[in-house]
Structures are given as structure tokens and as C-alpha cells.
Design a binder for this molecule. Structure first.
Ligand code: PEP
Length: 250
């Protein structure tokens, strides 16, 4: 999208112990130079590595985020992490409503929206994930599902600054499969039009990432599709070499 700064974001999921910190260090050292003036880079490691990861990035434009937060500010929620805790570790972003959380933890659009509001209150940028399942795609419901998830998961207070949308077809995550370029173009154009209808100028500028089996080998083509403003990368974000190769297609 013209005038929109792309974002290349990595989601480590439940992978990575302290010995993986060298990868974050290498990424922090790799995302410097002229590219860093035009393209944002973000890694979301497990929350156990958050604080030390941000400490490795103090001299780097590489940003660090989390993969989930609770919808409440604090309280009796054993095992959960608040948005404020992420910000306190110098995290800047939080992934919300990833399909694995929607499936494993029965997260609904309504809950994802509440979590995004909590993220805004802590000055975090929410990366709100949406996407259809294989069955929904096969029965031609993709755009209906995207509309329902956009309407239900994004708070009214969303801006191009505090919100990023990640379109991740569930069947493309971790499978090595991707939609056709044409299907991605149609989905992203649809999301752009929905966001613009609801949020006006902010909707025009809001970043819409593509996620699902993005690799160094397909990133250039995927990132070149209209209304694709960056990537959310799972498996290929674990190694600095792969992540930096994808970042470097810009
Ligand atoms: C993800 O889980 O956000 C993702 C896109 O995973 P992968 O790149 O491994 O398909």
C-alpha cells in the first residue's frame, strides 16, 4: 500500500529457550542500514525471553513483542500475562487471536477485541489475526469469515498506529501451502475496503500482513501483492538467516 511502512514480524510460538537468544542478537544486528528506514522488523518470542530479548535490541530497530495478553489489567488470573507486563518488559506489540489460540483456548472474536482494548491501554500495538479454515474456504465462505472476524475482533478505537491486521488462512499455517496470488489479492483488497468503510483514512493506512508458510523462497512474490503490507512468519522466523532473507526482499 503506498505510504504504508511494511512490517516483517516473526512469531516464535512455543519455541525457544535461552540458547535461542543468539538468533535474536543476529536479527538485531541484521536489521540495520537503509532498509531499516523503510521497513519495520519485529520478533515475538515466548514471554519467558521477552525481557532479555528487548535488552539485546537497545541499539537496534528490531522490536520485540508478545504472543498474547489477558483482557484484564491485573488480578486473579493465574498463569496469564497482562498488556502492562509486556510493556514493562519494553515489548511494543502483542499478537492477538492467532488461530492456534482461537483453537487451543477457544478464543472468540469478542475476547480478541477485549484483549486489543487492553493492549491499547498499555500503549501496545495489537496484531489481530484472522483467517478462514480449509472447510470455510472449500465452501466459499472466506470473505464472509473475514468480515465477521474483522467486525468482531477489532475495537472501535483501532487506528493505523495501534492496530495491524494479519491475514492467516488457517490451512496455510505451518503447512507449506499458500493461497494463489490471486486469492491473496482478493482477500487483501476486501479487507482494505472493509477497514476503509469502518475507519476511513486510518483504515486506508492500517497494515494488513499476510501470514501462512512465508519462506525466503516465496516472500518476494507474496510481499509484492497489492495491499500486502508485510508478513507474519512462524517457522521461518526462528532462524536469523531465514528471517533476514525475508526482511531483505524489501
Ligand atoms: C503463524 O503461525 O503465524 C505462521 C504464519 O506460521 P508459519 O509461517 O510457520 O506458517
Amino acid at each position: 500500500t503506498p505510504d504504508v511502512r511494511p512490517l516483517v514480524a516473526g512469531n516464535w510460538k512455543m519455541n525457544g529457550t535461552r540458547d535461542a537468544l543468539g538468533e535474536i542478537k543476529a536479527m538485531a544486528e541484521g536489521v540495520v542500514g537503509p532498509l531499516a528506514d523503510r521497513v519495520d522488523a519485529l520478533i515475538c518470542p515466548p514471554v519467558t525471553l521477552l525481557y532479555v530479548a528487548t535488552a539485546l535490541c537497545t541499539d537496534s530497530p528490531l522490536m520485540i513483542g508478545a504472543q498474547d495478553c489477558h483482557q484484564k489489567v491485573s488480578g486473579a488470573h493465574t498463569g496469564d500475562i497482562s498488556a502492562e507486563m509486556i510493556a514493562d518488559c519494553f515489548g511494543t506489540h502483542v499478537i492477538l487471536g492467532h488461530s492456534e489460540r482461537r483453537t487451543d483456548h477457544a478464543e472468540t472474536d469478542h475476547l480478541v477485541r477485549d484483549k486489543a482494548v487492553a493492549a491499547y491501554q498499555a500503549d501496545l500495538t495489537a496484531i489481530i489475526c484472522i483467517g478462514e479454515t480449509a472447510g470455510e474456504r472449500d465452501s466459499y465462505q472466506t470473505l464472509d469469515v473475514l468480515k465477521r472476524q474483522l467486525d468482531g475482533s477489532i475495537p472501535d478505537g483501532a487506528t493505523a498506529e495501534n492496530t495491524v491486521i494479519a491475514y492467516e488462512p488457517v490451512w496455510a499455517i505451518g503447512s507449506g501451502l499458500t493461497p494463489t496470488n490471486e486469492d491473496i489479492a482478493v482477500a487483501h483488497a476486501f479487507m482494505r475496503s472493509e477497514l476503509t468503510k469502518r475507519f476511513g483514512e486510518e483504515g486506508k493506512k492500517m497494515r494488513i500482513l499476510y501470514g501462512g508458510s512465508v519462506k525466503p523462497g516465496n516472500a518476494e512474490v507474496l510481499m509484492g501483492i497489492a495491499n500486502v503490507d508485510g508478513a507474519l512468519i512462524g517457522g521461518a522466523s526462528l532462524k536469523a538467516a531465514d528471517f533476514l532473507a525475508i526482511y531483505s526482499v524489501y
